[in-house]
Design a protein around this ligand. Sequence first.
Ligand code: NI
Length: 166
Amino acid sequence: MALRNILTIGDPQLRKKSRAVTDFNDRLHTLIDDMKETLVEANGLGLAAPQIGILRRVVIVVNNDGEYLELVNPEIVARSQETVGAYEGCLSVPAERGYLERPRKVIVKAQDRDGNSITYNLEEMAARAACHEVDHLDGTLFVDLTDQLYTEEELDEMLSEEKEEE
Ligand code: NI
């Protein structure tokens, strides 16, 4: 296994559409293992292959139990109407966050590393992470979906002021 370099916003690779995986071979397994290691090291909640410059439809999402879900060719097949708002970030957009509404629950269909069909019902943070990572596969970043970006410092300041007002 090896750590991979995470591309940051401005890199054209992040804006491309990734292709479906058709070969469930050792190369795919190495990619997934490397992505997992890179995600653990970066302490993130999800990672998509294009973030390490591989334009293939592979993502890893951390679920609400802290498990690393490997999703090959993932599709969000159902979204709850109910949404949740939160300040979202991305390993490819260091130190910035933006407020986004995402569905509270989603159903994701995908394949595992051997090509078997899998389905997950995800909620809350894991639902958010799944939507965010699948967006990456089509070249969409969270900054496209929010009106205003905040630095971590601005956000800390804003949230502590809100707390004082309460
Ligand atoms: Ni991201």
